[in-house]
Ligand binder design. Structure first.
Ligand code: 5AD
Ligand code: FES
Length: 347
């Protein structure tokens, strides 16, 4: 069968042609799509087994100086209620997470200049001295190379900075004029150069995305060789210029997860909260399509609803302990198991 050959070809060459991407995204042949997912799953299993890595996500501030058109916490969204956590509150979440078994903490926030380099370094040192066996990931947006260097020296191991799209014109349609595609790409290269394990990524179905821009995203991943790739469906956020745009689809996201697993097999690939938001079993389906990471929420329950990058986000009412148990059950249900270790990239 031609289609089986196509999957085999992507698998064995670890690359894809643009017309093949188009064919896959347009296909609604269930057998074909299922065998794509299955192949990606096998490739993931061969490297990471049936182990799913967990990252405790601490959303420490929703204050942001940027105005990305898609994002619910953009600075001109006056309907967003703003908050920031103190160092003590962040440490409380970390310590609670440690007790629950987390060995990776992701500090994620808007580009909030209230947090100086000294403050970030102090927080990082606190976490690393309390829990030397843990990895810390930063997801705090664009800063200078010097700042990134300092955070790394203070103990940050990993950094997530989605490239959002590898096409400059598309990038400019998603961001205001004072943000630059070139600067974002420079940040990613600096981070890698400094020695971070780096994650890039993009939204599936963002406004103005085409087969062409998605193909550029895939080629960028192949060239940049990130340790992690975060993708999830675009979901409109009320109070933003894109509030009436269409959301990305479950199927496209799953297909792209599989393709990314096949062309960049060792990547750490989360089944994201956004995927869980557009379908009640979205994260499980993401794992079965090749993802191997989940990022349950560790933020204080009191602020969770306020960190609304998009509408109807899940896990905003549950306590951290409930979230990890829920996730454990979900993974067991599909034959996978959560592991309580740092979950580093396997070469
Ligand atoms: N829908 C889905 N994902 C979003 N993000 C921001 N806004 C949205 C949205 N409306 C993603 C961006 C960002 C990450 C933290 O969240 O890709 O990099
Ligand atoms: Fe948060 Fe299920 S993972 S409630």
């Amino acid at each position: 069968m031609e289609e089986e050959k196509l999957i085999e070809k992507i698998y064995s060459t670890q690359t894809i042609e643009k017309d093949e991407l188009e064919y896959i995204l347009k296909s609604d042949d269930q057998d074909f799509i299922q065998s794509l997912f299955h192949k990606a799953r096998q490739v993931g299993d061969k490297i990471y087994g049936n182990k799913i890595y967990i990252r405790g996500l601490i959303e420490f501030s929703n204050i942001c100086k940027n105005d990305c058109l898609y994002c619910g916490i953009r600075k001109s969204n006056t309907s967003a209620q703003r908050y920031r956590l103190t160092e003590e509150e962040i440490m409380y979440c970390v310590n609670e997470g440690y007790e629950l078994g987390y060995r990776t903490f992701v500090l994620q926030g808007g580009e909030d200049m209230y947090y100086t380099d000294d403050m970030y370094c102090h927080i990082l040192q606190q976490i690393k001295s309390a829990h030397p066996d843990c990895a810390v990931t930063l997801s705090i947006g664009e800063r200078t190379r010097e700042s990134y260097q300092r955070y790394h020296e203070a103990g940050a191991d990993r950094f997530l900075l989605r490239h959002e799209t590898a096409d400059q014109v598309h990038y400019e349609s998603l961001h205001p004029e004072n943000m630059s595609f070139e600067h974002r790409m420079n940040c990613l290269h600096d981070l890698k150069d400094i020695g971070y394990q780096v994650g890039c990524g993009f939204m599936v179905g963002s406004p103005n995305q085409t087969i062409d821009t998605l193909y550029q995203d895939l080629m960028f991943i192949k060239e940049f060789q990130p340790h992690m790739v975060g993708i999830g469906p675009f979901i409109p956020a009320s109070g933003t210029p894109f509030e009436n745009e269409k959301a990305g689809t479950l199927n496209d996201t799953l297909k792209l997860l599989s393709i990314i697993r096949l062309i960049h097999p060792h990547v750490l690939l989360p089944a994201t909260t956004a995927l869980g938001t557009i379908h009640p079993r979205g994260r499980e389906m993401g794992i079965l399509a090749g993802a191997n990471v989940v990022m349950p929420n560790l933020s204080p329950v009191g602020v969770r609803k306020m960190y609304s990058l998009y509408d109807n986000k899940i896990c905003t009412g549950e306590e951290s302990a409930q979230c990890i148990r829920c996730m454990d059950r979900r993974m067991n249900h599909i034959g996978y198991e959560i592991v309580k270790d740092r979950g580093d990239y396997k070469k």
